[in-house]
Design a protein around this ligand. Sequence first.
Ligand SMILES: Cc1cc2nc3c(=O)[nH]c(=O)nc-3n(C[C@H](O)[C@H](O)[C@H](O)COP(=O)(O)OP(=O)(O)OC[C@H]3O[C@@H](n4cnc5c(N)ncnc54)[C@H](O)[C@@H]3O)c2cc1C
Length: 400
Amino acid sequence: MKPTIVVLGGGYTGVMSAIQLARRTRRTGAHVILVNPSDQFTERLRMHQIATGQTLTDYRIPALLAGTGVEFVEGWATRIDPDRREVAVAGADGHRSLGYDYLVYALGSVADTVTVPGVGAHAYTLNSRAEAERLNARLAELARAGAGTVAVVGAGLTGVEAAAEIAERYPGLRVVLLGRDEPGSMMGAKARRYLRGALDRLGVQVRAGVEVSKVLPQAVELAGGELVPVDACLWTTGFVAAPLAGDAGLTVDGKGRIVVDATLASVSHPSVYAVGDAAAIRQGWGEIHGTCQSGIPSAVHAATSIARKLRGKTAKPFRFGYVHQPVSLGRRDAVIQFTRPDDSPGRWYLTGRAAVAYKQAVTSSPPPIYRLSRWFAMPTWTLSRTGGRANLPPALAGQP
Ligand SMILES: Cc1cc2nc3c(=O)[nH]c(=O)nc-3n(C[C@H](O)[C@H](O)[C@H](O)COP(=O)(O)OP(=O)(O)OC[C@H]3O[C@@H](n4cnc5c(N)ncnc54)[C@H](O)[C@@H]3O)c2cc1C
């Protein structure tokens, strides 16, 4: 019997895993299936560009997979039965069940719209292309009216990129960036200063050290009761993974991410591998946080692990180290903080035109990498710095 490998999620990591699985299991004749709700590939790195009405290249997943032998199934994964090794998929043509020998879980993450009251009802998110387009429609409406206040909640890199993009694209709107920390708090002092200067130049008003406790139709409420009147609120914080894995009884962490061992297999269900934002991956220096930078190497590694197992070999530990924190500040400015493997800021940083070109190269890189990876079995080290050493989760390592 030829093995079947189902990959759930056709984002940055799912597409990479599927292509590498097909490439690496050619001799075993494995059947690789990729499941995604749409055949359109969503460049999540560019969600803030969609939210400000910019036209992007229209990548289609079947075209990215062309020539690889991967079967594409359009639909939503609605349930996983890890005992029977089956996934239920709801598509336009009805429901179906896909059996698997190995499952790659690459469903990404979304901003948490549940924990803070009012977010689900009154805030916009960058969780999907449709959501970003909905925000763009509102911003265009406010711009046509000649004025409006947009609150961007969350001063992480997604919030900073979104606030800068909105301010640049819609200079007539007032943009307020609300966050617990200073924007760029993970960067070194010089890069952080540059980032703050760029936000000031774009007219973004920063309020750091605040906690939003509620979102209302025309305002956000801060802890302490202050109301900030807004015409639109963009929520970019508190990322969580889909509930599917937890519902299926797999071991997940507090954010719903699958807890994996050093080879990226689920600690509770070894036939399930998790990658990208949906995986809780530990390295010697700490836990990986969701980025494309770490996600794509994890996708390659999971494919390698499965291919080795199918050949009767032992899977190797995943090792990863960060290289950079690239942040766009509108289309004409950017700042890149180069980092140590644990993502702490190093000495070097890049700003201005050079940083814009660097950021553009990083953001545009996944589709060309996919094309290359159809022909080559990509080693993880080509895509990351192996500064980390994969650790077993504490429970498995016998620690408290
Ligand atoms: C505005 C913005 C800017 C960013 N900038 C950077 C950056 O500069 N550098 C960086 O490294 N990272 C950046 N990130 C983070 C990066 O986008 C994520 O870490 C990356 O997308 C994770 O890849 P993924 O494949 O795990 O998830 P995604 O790319 O989110 O893919 C998940 C896929 O799963 C699909 N899916 C979801 N649920 C189901 C289901 N039930 N059934 C089937 N399919 C499903 C989704 O439709 C999607 O196609 C940014 C994120 C945002 C929002």
